[in-house]
Design a protein around this ligand. Structure first.
Ligand SMILES: *Cc1c(COP(=O)(O)O)cnc(C)c1O
Length: 371
């Protein structure tokens, strides 16, 4: 038997289901083996099997990294220990004093990290709300642009293609956190981005049982630099977690279909609910937010739910409901959050893969038992 390349000559669904298959000519194992070995025997001085030490390269990690690169249509994929270590890796590249332009409405943990970088005098961040803001702020002083689309938790889309026009003009890196949409809905590199990153803890892993991150680069050169940096700093994904991620990704396509279908059904219901004043949903994906009429009711509303779980995070098979004000976005100062619409009446939902009728019924009974 021979090892077949994991390249994308087939439809994405086929590719996903087959991750790791045809990769082990010695045993023919369909399921990727977990290589726990931290070190590898050298045949003789000056020779290597290609594997020396697991921080540098690991056969299980290689399978997931090459799959990530194919999925996002990039040159190089890297698997990291968490989404935040993926963000950290990407932001290890720029000279001290660099200016970064970023989406204002983004994951609270990324905001907290950027604040930390700023406090240490490493970079300066400028936050903008929309495409016009990016057009205004990207200049030759900018080192990189960082966006989340749809934004989090307000769920508005910004055009990667439009922003890429300016980043190309000034020759600055465009970095996209694609956690919410996944490559099944949006491939940022195809739209002009230079680097895509993920919290693979979310949809890619998909089962609320794994913390992982991913970085995929359009250019081989930047990818190799980041791989060097990852090997140097060490936040690689462990072999067992690589295996969990491979297993999760095999069903990504099926799951995304259901997440999206459920989100659309929940959105349709919430729009008719007298307890809800605003629903935010970009029309695709499994994430939505809504504003409740009376924010005093939030505590009781959350307590009444029996299928939705009140928890932070997203992208797993179980439906979750999050209160960004005290959970995911608590590190953004109150006045700042509220100034751009992240108000204390806002709840965020990640629809799982349950039956939509049950999800709607759960929300309905919880609203109706209020007061
Ligand atoms: C969760 C999340 C992160 C951070 O990822 P971890 O895996 O929790 O470290 C980054 N970006 C977005 C959009 C997220 O949802």
């Amino acid at each position: 038997m021979e090892k077949k390349s994991q390249s994308k000559k087939v439809q994405t669904d086929t590719f996903l289901a087959q991750i790791g298959n045809h990769q082990n000519p010695v045993t023919g194992s369909i399921n990727t083996p977990i290589y726990f070995s931290t070190t590898y025997e050298h045949p003789t001085l000056g020779e290597s099997t290609g594997y020396d030490y697991t921080r540098t390269k690991n056969p299980t990690r290689e399978v997931v990294e090459s799959a990530l690169a194919v999925l996002e249509n990039g040159a190089i994929g890297l698997a990291t220990s968490s989404g935040m270590s993926a963000v950290q890796l990407v932001f290890s590249q720029f000279p001290v004093g660099s200016q970064i332009v970023a989406s204002r409405d983004l994951y609270g943990g990324s905001y907290r990290y950027f604040k930390e970088l700023e406090n240490q005098g490493i970079y300066q961040f400028i936050y903008v709300d929309d495409e016009a803001g990016f057009e205004r702020e990207i200049t030759e002083k900018t080192a990189a642009v960082f966006i989340e689309t749809p934004t989090n938790p307000l769920m508005s889309e910004v055009s990667i293609e439009k922003i890429a026009v300016f980043t190309k003009q000034y020759n600055v890196q465009l970095i996209v956190d694609n956690t919410f949409y996944t490559p099944l809905i949006q491939r940022p590199l195809d739209l002009g981005a230079d680097i895509v990153l993920h919290s693979a803890t979310k949809y890619l892993g998909g089962h609320n049982d794994l913390l992982a991150g991913a970085v995929i680069t359009r250019s081989k050169e930047i990818g190799e630099q980041l791989a060097y940096s990852l090997n140097t700093t060490g936040a690689v994904l462990s072999p067992f977690d690589c295996w969990l991620l491979i297993r999760g990704m095999k069903t990504l396509s099926l799951r995304m279909e259901r997440h999206e279908k459920n989100a659309q059904a929940v959105v349709a219901y919430l729009k008719t609910s007298p307890y809800v004043k605003e629903v935010m949903y970009p029309g695709r994906g499994g994430m939505l937010s809504f504003k409740i009429n009376d924010q005093q009711m939030i505590k009781e509303f959350l307590r009444n739910l029996s299928i939705f779980t009140f928890a932070e995070s997203l992208g797993g098979v179980e439906s979750l409901i999050t209160y960004p004000t005290t959970q995911t976005h608590a590190d953004i100062p109150k006045e700042l959050r509220e100034s751009y619409g992240l108000t204390p009446d806002l709840l965020r939902i990640s629809t799982g893969i349950e039956a939509s009728e049950d999800l709607i019924e759960d929300l309905k009974q919880s609203f109706e038992s209020l007061n």
